[in-house]
Write a protein of this length. Structure first.
Length: 367
């Protein structure tokens, strides 16, 4: 199940929950009285923001490919690449689709086991899903800040990159249904699970095979040696919670087994993460601020990732009295040019004392 579908189901679940609470509030069950109240129209409207495949819920508006490119380069390219091809932070959005796929509505590369990557445009079946996700979750460091016009424009830009619409196209609520007819994977969904039709029967009955099974399934993942340590040691970057553990990518594969995960029949004990020394400016823990601002998605202690390492930044500005104020401003406003073409997204929500602490901590090598 895609995370888009999960989101829609959560909203639906919330609606059913609200209905149950409303029924209780009205005394539908004499055992429960005085619990909850009927949701107000404004409260319901605040939850009801999803856009369905039939485009119900889509607000009126429009946005051009040209406008989308401007928004993309300012707010999206730092994670997704200028052309949606980047694999640095997230998996690519563009790639793997052809003009033939647009004609048939089925992406041929999805059937190839040797195809190296499943991009967003290969998998997504409905343009409404694309619009809805951008509207609710993007930019990832400041979601729900795009205007309706910007969401239309960014969606149009992505569709243009995938050669679904021309570069002079203006996407709107009036023509989006026609665009749906050109989505490369529009016919790629299955209805065998029985969940599309209210009268359908979900496929939840099966035979569990535990030994001597006719077909053995093996799921694995690995990193090619050429890419093993491209972004620094994954073991040092992994979260200290959850059952999964990253491998030590600074060592050869044969010498670096992944740390064992807790047994499935034993409760997971979450240990506190080791304390990270940080610049204390006005009582602010800069290391925590860096996590809050998602800085580690693009920066590491010593290895170059999307952006420079903390060590590189500290070395470049060592002894520069103007560096703390300059860096704090750069963190807040974003920008590009000092370390390459990939722009850094702005962080307007950080307070002045947080920016000061974070800037000082980075210039001290983030130690």
């Amino acid at each position: 199940m895609s995370r888009f579908t999960k989101s829609l189901r959560l909203v639906a679940s919330a609606g059913m929950f609200a209905a149950c609470v409303s029924a209780l509030a009205q005394g539908a069950n004499p055992k429960f009285t005085g619990i909850g109240r009927t949701a107000t129209p404004a409260e319901i409207k605040a939850w009801d923001i999803d856009v369905r495949p039939d485009f119900k819920g889509l607000p009126a508006g429009a946005g051009s490919v040209a406008k989308g490119q401007d928004v993309w380069e300012a707010k999206c390219a730092s994670c997704h690449g200028v052309f949606g091809e980047s694999t640095e932070v997230f998996t690519p959005i563009i790639g793997g689709t052809t003009k033939k796929d647009i004609e048939t509505g089925r992406v041929a590369n999805l059937a190839r086991e040797d195809f190296p990557q499943r991009t967003t445009m290969m998998k997504v079946a409905t343009v409404s899903t694309l619009w809805d996700y951008i509207n609710r979750a993007m930019p990832w460091n400041n979601p729900k800040t795009l205007t309706v016009e910007e969401v239309y424009a960014v969606t149009a830009y992505i569709l243009n990159l995938a050669e679904i619409v021309p570069e002079n196209f203006v996407l709107s609520d009036k023509n989006i249904a026609e665009v749906q007819k050109r989505m490369p994977n529009r016919n790629g969904m299955t209805e065998k699970h029985g969940l599309w039709d209210l009268k359908g029967k979900p496929d939840v009955v099966g035979t569990l095979c535990m030994s001597n099974c006719a077909t053995e399934l093996k799921i694995t993942s690995f990193l090619p040696e050429s890419a093993r340590d491209a972004h620094g040691n994954l073991k040092e970057q992994h979260r200290p919670i959850g059952p999964a553990r990253a491998i030590d990518t600074s060592r050869p594969a044969a010498a670096a087994p992944a740390a064992a995960a807790p047994p499935a029949d034993r409760p997971l004990v979450v240990a506190a993460a080791p304390a990270t020394p940080a610049a204390a400016v006005g009582g602010v823990n800069a290391a925590e601020i860096s996590k809050k601002a998602n800085c580690t998605a693009c920066h590491a202690q010593a290895a170059k990732m999307v952006g420079p390492s903390w060590t590189e930044i500290a070395k470049k500005y060592k002894g520069d009295a103007k560096a703390p104020a300059m860096l704090a401003k750069k963190i807040k406003s974003g920008g590009a040019g000092n370390w390459g073409a990939v722009p850094m997204p702005p962080h307007p929500n950080l307070k002045d004392n947080e920016l000061t602490a974070l800037s000082q901590w980075i210039l001290e090598g983030a130690k």
